[in-house]
Design a protein around this ligand. Sequence first.
Ligand SMILES: [Zn+2]
Ligand SMILES: [Zn+2]
Length: 237
Amino acid sequence: MTFWRSAADLLLRGFFPSRCPACGLPSDDPASLPFCAACWRGISLSLYEGPACAICGEPLPSEHAIHCGPCLEDRPAYTKAFTFGLFEGALKEAIHNYKFAPARRLSAPLAGMLLARGLPPVHAVTAVPLSKKRLLERGFNQSMLIGRHIAKSSGAELLPHALRKVKETPPQAGLNRKERARNLRGAFRANDRFDDMTILLIDDVITTGATVRECSKTLVKAGAKEVFVAAIARTKK
Ligand SMILES: [Zn+2]
Ligand SMILES: [Zn+2]
C-alpha cells in the first residue's frame, strides 16, 4: 500500500511538480518546500533584526530609542508584538497568495518561521477574527490556521472562537493611524471570559497595529492577564 502510494505520488509529482506559492515556479528542493530555494532565501532575508520598539516591534531609526511614538503616547493593551520580517519581496508574495488562494499548506511553514523566532509561553492561542462575510468569501481564517500550528507545537490551548468581529469595517488601505483606530473601535467582542489567562494573538500582517491593539484590548477586558501578539510580517513605513 505504502509502495503504491509513494509510486502514485512520484508519478503525480512528475506530471504536476509542486509549485512555489510565492513565485509559481516548480519547487522541488526538500529543504525549502513548499517554497523554491530562491524564494526561501528571499524570505529569510526579510527577517528584521535592526533596532525596534520594545512593545510593538516597529523598526526604529536608532539603537538608543526604546519605544516608538505611538506606544509612548498610548500604550497598547498587549505586552509585546513579535513579527518575523518586513512585508516585502518573497514574503509579501507568499502572504498575498496565502490570503487569496486556499494555500493551506503554507500555514505550517509560516507558523514554523514564527516559532523559530521564539515566542513566549502562553496558556492559549487565538487569532484576529474575520467578519462573517469575509470568512464565507475566503472559506478559512489564514491567521487561525497559523495559530493552530503554533498551539499544537507549543502545547497551548487553541481558542478558535475567542473573539468575533461584530462590525463590518471599511477597507483600511489609505487610512492613517488615527482613522484606522477609529474605524475599529468596538469592532470585536469576546465570546468568553479569559480570567488569569496569558494569550497569544496571531495576525498575518501588522500595518499600523490598530487591529491587534483593538483585539488585545477586548481580550484584556474579558479578563486576560497578559496578551502577546505574533504576526508574520509588518509593513515598511
Ligand atoms: Zn519561488
Ligand atoms: Zn511601539
